[in-house]
Design a protein around this ligand. Structure first.
Ligand SMILES: [Zn+2]
Ligand SMILES: [Zn+2]
Length: 142
């Protein structure tokens, strides 16, 4: 069974606060990455008060506890996406912001090849692929 956000924060040595849980739930509900500003809008729409600095601190705590990961958007903006505990990688759509998970099986052969060629032992790899999702491709390049 999946552990709760509170549990995962606690295990990572992060403080559990109502704001952090609210931000975690907001990310989990979204099927795509959210910027700090978008998280704040959604939280406020749900009639909770939260400041931008609190949103940023909550997002950083979630990232350091592994509950979220940071993805790049155009213009040096970060989007945050909720993440499961199992090791995985991302396919991030540049147009609609949708984020899909891909499993380690896709990336493991690449990691082994790099180790062989570079003589480098890789302990950890997190790969985010950016492009267009199937939905955006079907909608056309316009
Ligand atoms: Zn993820
Ligand atoms: Zn898309």
């Amino acid at each position: 069974m999946a552990r709760s956000a509170a549990d995962r924060l606690r295990r990572a040595g992060e403080r559990v606060t109502p704001q952090r849980l609210l931000v975690a739930a907001t990310l989990t509900e979204a099927a795509h990455g959210l910027t700090a500003a978008e998280v704040q809008q959604r939280v406020r729409r749900a009639r909770h008060r939260i400041g931008r600095a609190t949103v940023f601190r909550a997002l950083e705590a979630l990232v350091s506890a592994g509950l979220a990961r940071r993805l790049e958007r155009d213009g040096h903006v970060y989007a945050y996406v909720a993440c499961e505990e199992a090791h995985h990688h991302h396919l991030a759509c540049d147009r609609c912001g949708r984020v899909e998970d891909i499993g380690e099986a896709h990336v493991a052969p690449l990691v082994r090849e790099i180790e062989r060629e570079a003589g480098f032992h890789i302990d950890d790899a997190r790969v985010d692929f950016y492009g267009l999702c199937a939905g955006c491709l079907a909608a056309g390049a316009g």
